[in-house]
Design a protein around this ligand. Structure first.
Ligand code: RB5
Length: 152
């Protein structure tokens, strides 16, 4: 399991805290930036992590911005990406078990680091349940094929 972790300026401190959590927990990750609080555009960062996950080099992605919203919207434009904004552990578990979400997004201006760590932990422990959920996730791929002509 290897995680691609990144943020914009709005999620910089949250990203650094999650990097600390990964280090303390022995979870393999790469920090893809940004590396200061200088303003950057969240779609550029979201694309970087989306492509890292698409490539297969990373199993999952975690994206932090001010709200978690822009990152989710942008990442979800990449075929094969199912990004979920989760600010509670119930949603984090469901996003993995039901939606096979492969990118977690969170907002530093919305939740604190303690809750964010719990969300990441639950996210990483939960597994996609397949079955009826796989049928539905496959239908998401069909939407991608309809509009983009292909997906992973
Ligand atoms: C940056 O100010 C902010 O717009 C960004 O971090 C994010 O919240 C966008 O969705």
């Amino acid at each position: 399991m290897k995680i691609a972790l990144a943020c914009d300026h709005g999620g910089f401190r949250l990203k650094n805290d999650i990097a600390g959590f990964f280090k303390e927990s022995g979870i393999a990750y790469s920090d893809l930036g940004t590396f200061s609080e200088d303003p950057v555009d969240y779609p550029d960062i979201a694309l970087k992590v989306a492509e890292a996950v698409q490539s297969g080099d990373f199993n999952q992605g975690v994206l932090c911005c001010g709200t978690g919203i822009g990152m989710a919207i942008a990442a979800n434009k990449a075929p094969g990406i199912r990004a979920a904004q989760c600010h509670d552990t119930f949603s984090a578990r469901a996003a993995r078990e039901h939606n096979d979400a492969n990118i977690l997004t969170m907002g530093e201006r919305v939740i604190g680091c303690g809750l964010a760590r719990d969300i990441v932990k639950v996210w990483l422990e939960a597994e996609f349940q397949g079955g009826r959920h796989a049928t539905r996730v496959n239908k998401i791929s069909l939407i991608e094929q309809k509009y983009y002509g292909g997906s992973r």
